[in-house]
Design a protein around this ligand. Sequence first.
Ligand code: GLC
Length: 434
Amino acid sequence: MRFYLTCWWQPWAMLGCILSTSPAAMAAGVTIHYTCGDGSNSAACAQEAQKWAEQTGNRVNLVSMPASSTEQLSLYQQLLSSHSSDIDVIMVDTTWSGILNDHLANLNTLLPGDLAKGQIAASIANNTVNGNLKAMPFYADASLLYYRKDLLEKYHRQVPVTWQQMTDSARYIQEQERAAGNRSLWGYVFQGKAYEGLTCNVLEWVASDGGGVLLDQHGNVEVDTPAVRSALKRAGGWIGTIAPKGVLSYEEETSRGVFQSGNAVFMRNWPYVWALSQSPNSVIKGKVGVAPLPAGDSDGGRHASTLGGWSLAVSRYSQHPRESAELVAWLTRKENQKQRAIEFSFLPTYTDLYSDPQVLEASPFIGSLLEPIKQAIPRPAGLVKTLYPRYSNAIFDRSHRVLGGEASVDQAVDMLNRDMQRLVRRADFADAQN
Ligand code: GLC
């Protein structure tokens, strides 16, 4: 089967490409405009959409988005608030169902059958607003500590269980390797840019020290706590010592770039990195280990991961809601999730795939992630609803200042406390969902 790819620039500056099976097919069927994140997952998205186009005689226009979840959300908000039909199928982050609710079609009315069957219950609950399913889970995410097995072995270090152990080993290995001429090596890389990724890191640091998500379900602010202070202090101490100053502008792919070129001992990132780090041309193939993120050093310390992941939704302004929903059903079906887990190490949202022998052969660590996914920290999007961008902005902005040395921990805690108090005054906690 031959595919024809036609590309052009969208009015809002995104690259669009249509996949079709023949020039003749361009005349039949409908065109579905589909966003599937940035380049890091476009291979998976294109491959599966191609098959759907081939089977149905429709066309798929794959629209590439910025990498940052924060930037994507603001683009969608602009586009959808003008009721634009430029996009039919939207890939939505874990925290967006409530924010974009008014713009998303109810999938229960567009797709037949029990859509929740076999799925991780929390993934479906997360996408359900007032009883309506607004997005189908596409893949889940839990953060991991990636480490260089070969370097830990060389220096007789254990896989770190606490942040202190991670910091000590990172510093030691960095010093030894640099003294031996490996001058580009850093101890730890993570997502330190002021965007959603930093919010995920901060919530993990705080939870690992026994803290919460800075607000409880009654609207009490929990910012001025020992857990928040110790988390920010510890992370601030990494910059320029075990982490490069450049980490202040790192997203997921930037940190992966440093780690995958062999220039970091430890990295915090999501499961998709596993498959890329093991690809044939990867210089660290066979040298990578995966573990839970370290626990805090205090008595209440624990391993903590933010709950991440993406789902597919249909825009209410789509001119082809039925075909769009069919594409969503196709892309999110179990067989495709299995293939994506095998080839691209994306975490499935169907529970039995976590014990599927082929999935485990390709990505052995996936077998141990079902429980961590179920226990991962949900960001309080159901609680603060449309104010979620403010909540996240306050966290990443204030903590970015600490990392950049522009604010002390005391100053940042004070500012964040006031941000959250203001947010709570505007939020309606009466019908909070989580
Ligand atoms: C990953 C997660 C997503 C999170 C984002 C932050 O893509 O799946 O939930 O918001 O990272 O950068």
